[in-house]
Design a protein around this ligand. Structure first.
Ligand code: AMP
Length: 622
């Protein structure tokens, strides 16, 4: 029987490789783009979201078109972030694993350049690169692009957002005029259109869905709440979705930190991802999220760009993005690889206009949703527990020895009593928490929030009298104990240990109190202080950032990761075709579970939290 990829013109070696990845049928973009790109003689513009299978849409034709007998670079793929770069390189290596002589190199910032130069020297046909590092290597005259036949600009809109326009110009000027350029972008703002115009010759244009349209598998909802209820609304949404696996977007790093911190305190399995964290920390956070050891990833737009994790059930816009276009990128973190997803906006009544603007851009209507009542949440959690108990896998051989004793304990109880007790074990906590829970819904014309203090969630802890609570971007992830942090602050801040009050050690950050009188000198003394080559930042907790390092470096996008074909779901439009198979699928939803209402965070319970995030390449080469 003919394999559908083979019917599109893909050779046996590559077909076998993608079969091993669990790809059974091409995704719609692959179906449409592969035959066009295989012709190899035209420029191409593909409007496609991440998660649609676009890497294989350009990767498979590239492998077919390249002469692997020659060891010269023939294809250059530019993408905005290190994570995406690694992801694409790894995907193409997988697709070409049976292709003799194929060599792919990933060139990205923040990693050892010597190793990358060595790989290039050894001979490579496909170079996957982020613009900054690529330009660096070109500047060293360490690569020869005179044989390049194809340039792929992946996530072109993101590259432009990140200020790579000039770098791209410089890089492309080193490639031959007659090369073919293939551009992929989730959105088509005028700047991307301009690239298409400047660099391309009558490109074939392929649009998956309407222009700038979000993924069809994503439902969009908004909830109107008063600003002061935003955090409670977030928790209620999470509680109402026991199996949630979500990315929560905040506008600023500080909000991200605040929300993550409060969620952790309230017993949720959450962590923050933003640009003040080192690459290593960011990788750790992402790994935990990918492995589903974390349920809620609280992220800034920039840090979360390109997060490439399958099976994200919800995207929650804790605050709406400033740039309406960013909404498409945010919501594209869910509904990947044929799955469905929900993108939620928690807004106040004055932001309805922005929702309407987003609707116009994505060409889809939002549903106005009502926050569930406390009773609804309890009911939902109860039945989630019931289903879990029903479906739990019993380890017969291990539990057998205890059964007589267990039966003994329950001898007095009827089956119904036992069931009631098991269910109540968790249910009681929800009932307790949600008894008297207020209605958090605000009406669209509610003006009651005027005069309220901003959107910042309430902080769990307050300063002690005479002390100021400060945030520091170091924590247990940096192998600090409370004592280590105390001496670090005292030594670098040149203050006595007596001036320090409570220390609240977290994963990637911590809080500590200092006497009010020493705050200014502490800030001064901390200017320029670094730890492990990372600028140390202290801020008044809940205040605007007080950076201790000039420059700031600029966050870069994170993401990459997630493989796997996913389940055998049909891809769009109700077609009965399946694609996917699951050979390399990411785990099922092991997250979930009931949150701990003891008020203790994971840290408090002794589990070491990992943290992460960080910066990638600098925006502009200096
Ligand atoms: P991409 O848009 O390239 O990031 O791909 C999104 C996800 O879909 C990745 O996990 C791919 O491995 C997976 N994928 C891509 N093409 C297929 C296919 N034809 N069948 C099954 N899974 C696919």
């Amino acid at each position: 029987m003919n394999n559908p990829f083979k019917l599109l013109g893909i050779s046996d070696d590559v077909v076998n490789a993608v079969k091993d990845l669990g790809f059974e049928n091409p995704t719609p973009i692959q179906e449409q783009a592969i035959p066009v790109l295989l012709e190899g003689n035209n420029d191409f513009v593909g409007l496609a979201q991440t998660g649609t299978g676009k890497t294989a849409a350009f990767g498979l034709p590239l492998i077919e078109l390249i002469d692997f007998k020659s060891n010269k670079p023939q294809a250059l793929i530019l993408c905005p972030t290190r994570e995406l770069c690694l992801q694409i390189a790894s995907d193409i290596k997988n697709y070409s694993k049976n292709t003799p002589g194929a060599s792919v190199v990933a060139v990205y910032g923040g990693a050892n350049i010597m190793q990358q130069l060595r790989e290039i020297r050894n001979g490579v046909q496909i170079v996957v690169a982020t613009p900054g590092r690529m330009l660096d290597i070109i500047g060293r005259k360490a690569i020869d692009f005179t044989n390049v036949k194809y340039v792929v600009l992946d996530e072109a809109d993101e590259m432009l957002n990140m200020g790579f326009q000039e770098d791209i110009n410089d890089i492309l000027s080193t490639t031959p005029d007659d090369k073919k350029t293939w551009l992929f972008s989730a959105t088509m703002p005028p700047e991307v259109r301009r690239i298409a115009k400047n660099y391309m010759d009558n490109p074939t244009e392929l649009t998956m869905g309407t222009k700038n349209t979000g993924n069809v598998n994503i439902e969009h909802e908004y909830y109107i709440v008063r600003a002061r209820d935003k955090y409670a609304a977030l928790k209620r949404i999470v509680d109402f979705n026991p199996e949630i696996f979500a990315v929560v977007f905040c506008k600023t790093k500080m909000d991200t930190q605040d929300v993550a911190e409060n969620l952790i305190k309230d017993g949720y399995n959450a962590d923050a991802l933003h640009g003040d964290l080192s690459q290593q920390q960011r990788d750790k956070v992402m790994q935990r999220f990918r492995d589903r050891n974390m349920q809620l990833l609280i992220a800034t737009d920039v840090a979360a760009r390109g997060i490439d994790v399958n099976n994200v059930t919800h995207v929650i816009n804790y605050s709406l993005p400033d740039e309406i276009e960013s909404y498409t990128h945010r919501s594209g973190r869910t509904g990947r690889a044929g799955k469905t997803g929900i993108s939620i906006c928690i807004i106040n009544s004055k932001e309805i206009g922005k929702i309407r603007q987003i609707e116009r851009i994505i060409g889809k209507q939002f549903t106005k949703a009502e926050l569930p009542t406390g009773f609804d949440v309890c009911e939902k959690q109860l039945f989630s527990l019931v289903h879990k108990v029903h479906n739990v896998e019993v380890n017969e051989s291990q539990i057998e020895q205890y059964i007589p004793r267990i039966m003994d304990e329950f001898a007095e109880l009827t089956k119904e009593d036992v069931i009631k007790r098991f269910a109540s074990l968790e249910f009681n906590r929800f009932l307790e928490y949600y008894k008297n829970a207020p209605d958090l819904n605000a009406s669209a014309d509610d003006r009651g929030e005027r005069g309220l203090r901003g959107d910042r969630p309430e902080r769990g802890s307050r300063n002690s009298e005479g002390y100021t609570r400060l945030f520091i971007n170091l924590g247990s992830v940096d192998d600090f104990t409370r004592g280590d942090l105390l001496s670090f602050v005292c030594n670098n801040g040149k203050i006595s240990g007596k001036s320090i009050g409570k220390i609240d050690l977290k994963g990637v950050y911590s809080f500590f109190e200092v006497e009010d009188a020493t705050v200014d000198s502490l800030f001064n003394n901390f200017k320029g202080i670094e730890f492990n080559n990372r600028g140390v930042r202290i801020e008044k907790s809940g205040d605007a950032p007080v950076s201790t390092r000039g420059g700031g470096g600029g966050e870069r996008r994170s993401g990459g990761g997630g493989y796997g074909g996913g389940e055998r779901k049909s891809y769009g439009g109700g077609e009965r075709k399946s694609y996917g198979g699951g050979a390399r699928r990411e785990g099922g939803n092991s997250g979930g579970g009931f949150r701990d209402f003891s008020g203790k965070s994971r840290d408090d319970r002794g589990g070491r939290r990992e943290g992460g995030s960080g910066t990638g390449e600098r925006r502009r080469r200096s």
